[in-house]
Design a protein around this ligand. Structure first.
Ligand code: ZN
Ligand code: ZN
Length: 303
């Protein structure tokens, strides 16, 4: 399967938005930590460190897309797409690690005493963070869906969780200007959002792990491969059907049984027809390998 030009154009746009996300993350995290520190806002400092954790995620996703889109070579005859799966898994683990860290730091803020009110610059920076992060989410999720990239979907949701975290910081520091007794709302909401982020991270890491250890695709996908194969009139039997994911694409191999009196050329033609039919049915196929063998009792094994 060759990567077509539309796919490579989407891949370069995917790299571009991931790099832009990383640049915005660096700027935002440094500004938020600085303003949070000088403006006496724990919420903004925590939000800033959250953005720093994004940077690691962005780098991992960009590396995954870059190395994963490389063609196969002598060292990696199955291509490099598992690098993207590894990046996806790592992104999920990072999200999960952030969630645990955020719950701990919010609990510490709840039990600690907060004495100073945040400066007026703090809600302004939080508002800038909300707007820019929401824009990054919308831009990334469109490309992620077009590329069918789980790693980019994870990254997009990370941008939105950032926007939500900044909304919490914005509301908390805004209310803190009104009344000191309302400052405890900040760590409470921080724990809630951290649990949401942790759930997203767990799901992404779990799915990535299953693809790394070659878990079979959904039974419906296996059934579609089976139906397309026995849909070929020349195929008398089918067994040893296996499939797994290579990055976001499917790789499958199967044995078909045909009339023993057919020539090698005819048998090969049937195998190629089956390979093409499966590719056309599923769309996101990396490779299909069909092994041909003779079946002497006609039609007995078709169902
Ligand atoms: Zn066999
Ligand atoms: Zn062939």
């Amino acid at each position: 399967m060759k990567t077509n030009s539309q796919d490579s154009n989407d891949t370069s746009q995917g790299l571009w938005i991931t790099a832009l996300g990383a640049a915005i993350n660096i700027a935002l995290s440094l500004i938020k930590i600085l303003v949070g520190w000088t403006g006496h806002s724990r919420a903004l400092i925590a939000d800033g460190f959250h953005s720093l954790s994004d940077l690691a995620t962005d780098v991992v996703v960009a590396l995954g897309l870059f190395y994963g889109s490389r063609p196969y070579d002598a060292d990696h005859p199955y291509g490099h797409k598992k690098i993207e799966t590894l990046a996806e898994f790592t992104t999920g683990v990072l999200l999960l690690a952030f969630a645990v860290w955020m719950v701990v730091s919010s609990a510490q803020a709840l039990t600690g005493r907060i004495t100073e009110a945040p400066s007026l610059l703090v809600p302004l920076i939080a508002a800038v963070s909300v707007v820019s992060k929401e824009w990054l989410y919308r831009r990334t999720i469109v490309l992620a869906n077009r590329l069918q990239s789980e790693a980019m979907v994870a990254n997009a949701w990370h941008h939105r969780s950032d926007a939500l975290t900044s909304v919490v910081a914005l509301v908390a520091v805004g209310l803190a200007q009104i009344s000191p007794s309302l400052r405890l709302l900040d760590p409470v909401a921080g724990i809630g959002i951290s649990i949401l982020v942790g759930k997203i991270g767990f799901d992404v890491a779990y799915k990535g792990m299953h693809r790394i250890i070659d878990t079979a695709p959904d039974p419906q996908i296996i059934e579609r491969i089976r139906q397309v194969t026995i849909g070929n009139e020349q195929v008398r039997g089918l067994h040893k059907l296996r499939a797994r994911y290579l990055g976001r694409q499917i790789i499958a191999d199967l044995h078909i049984q045909v009339d023993p009196s057919l020539s090698v050329q005819e048998g090969h033609t049937i195998a190629s027809q089956v390979e093409q039919a499966i590719s056309a049915e599923l769309g996101n196929v990396y490779d299909i390998t069909v092994h041909v063998e003779p079946l002497y009792a006609p039609q007995e094994n078709r169902t």
